[in-house]
Each structure stands twice: as C-alpha cells, then as structure tokens.
Design a protein around this ligand. Structure first.
Ligand code: ZN
Length: 230
C-alpha cells in the first residue's frame, strides 16, 4: 500500500505520452513511423553511433533530394560488393592488385607489415615509407583463439622467400607494442630472418596504443627509430 500510494502521488501527470524518443537512449523507437525507425536502427548498428546521432543522420537523409540519397545507397552497395583484398599485400582493393602494389614508384625491396588496413593508412599518412606493405589481418592472440594460420603469414613468407622478381632487403614490422604485437613480431622474425633483415618500429609509440591513433609525427619517428628484432 505504501509503495503504490507513493507512486500514485507523483503519477498524476506522468500518464502523458512522451512526444519523441525516450531520453534514456534506449532503442525503443516510439513515435516513429516504421520506415524511419528502421533507418535509425541501421545507423545505430554502426560503430560510434549512438541513438541521438542515429536519429540526426536519419532525419538529415530524409531532407535530402532523392537523387542524393540514391547515390549514397549506391555507394554503400558498390563498396560492399566491389572491395576485396589485394592478392599480394591483402590491403583493401577493388582490383586484383592494390594501388600501392601497382605503383612502379614504390620500392619493392622493403615490406612494411601491419595488422590491418587502418594501420596501413596511418603509415601512408606519415609519407615516411616508400616501399610496399603486407596486411596480416590481425595479430596472433592465443587468448582469442587467433593462431598464425588465421593470418596472412604464409603469403608473407612466400613473398619474402620466393618472389624472385624483387629481392626483399628489409621487412619492417609496424605492429602495436602490446602482448599480441610482441608475440606476432617474434613469430614473424623467426620465420623471416633466414631470408632478410627484420626490424620493428619502436620509438615513441605508447605501449598498448593503437597504431591507427598515433599522430603522424609520432608514427614517423617510430618508423625512423626502427630496430632489428633480436
Ligand atoms: Zn597490394
């Protein structure tokens, strides 16, 4: 009796319907017509997009000319269906070989090894490296069940050991200073050292930091300060 009585006292006005989305940011989309709710839900699935941003983006799109929305949708579908991986370095590419691998001005004798394409793009922003890349597709992490076989390690070894067109003078490991990055670096160094010099970027990178988020100067310095892997 005490509980219901207390609530009833404050509840005289709370029966009114809230006009829009609940302030709690829950995904209950009351007050939205179904197609709009569906669009907001799709935006909310994207990384870094909360309910409010999802709502803002969806309402923004509704105000655009239909032609603009159509080309947005086309770009999404085209990117999804056309972008695959470079056959040589495994960077994202719509062609069998990516732009970097096709560029005759890139020196083939140096390979910079990165965990994923985001790290490759971070390295490119420094404009420090003029060789080619190899994208592993992740780092060795036994805790997460990611062993060497799940990564593009054998293709890297083949590139270094067997690709006779360009002798590989140096493999530069640009992997994060973390347990996984260290494990992967040591594993790769052991495999590659019989064929080439193996070094690892080190200087100035915060331990456990994501390569992607390092600023360009820090990353460029880390690259210059690379050291042979012992
Ligand atoms: Zn490539």
């Amino acid at each position: 009796m005490a509980v219901t009585g207390g609530r009833a006292g404050h509840g005289s006005h709370s029966g009114a319907h809230p006009p829009y989305i609940p302030a709690s940011g829950s995904t209950v989309l009351s007050g939205y017509t179904r197609p709009l709710a569906r669009l907001i839900e799709q935006f909310e699935r994207l990384p870094g997009i909360g309910p409010r941003t999802a709502q803002r983006l969806a309402l923004h799109l509704l105000r655009q000319p239909e032609e603009q929305v159509r080309s947005f949708a086309d770009a999404l579908l085209a990117a999804r269906s056309q972008v695959g991986h470079c056959q040589r370095c495994f960077h994202l590419s719509a062609d069998p070989l990516c732009e970097i691998c096709r560029n005759p001005e890139r020196q083939g004798g140096q390979i910079c090894v990165v965990a994923d394409s985001r790290d490759l793009l971070a390295m490119e922003r420094t404009r420090e490296f003029r060789g080619t890349y190899h994208v592993l597709g992740g780092l060795i992490s036994p805790m997460d069940g990611i062993g060497p076989d799940l990564l593009q390690i054998q293709p890297l070894v083949r590139r270094v050991a067997e690709d006779s067109s360009t002798p590989i003078e140096e493999v530069i490991l640009a992997l994060t200073p973390s347990v996984e990055g260290d494990t992967t670096s040591l594993y790769l160094a052991r495999l590659l050292r019989p064929f080439t010099q193996v070094s690892r970027i080190a200087y100035g990178l915060p331990v456990g930091g994501e390569l992607e988020y390092a600023d360009e100067v820090t990353l460029a310095r880390a690259f210059e300060g690379r050291r042979p892997v012992e």
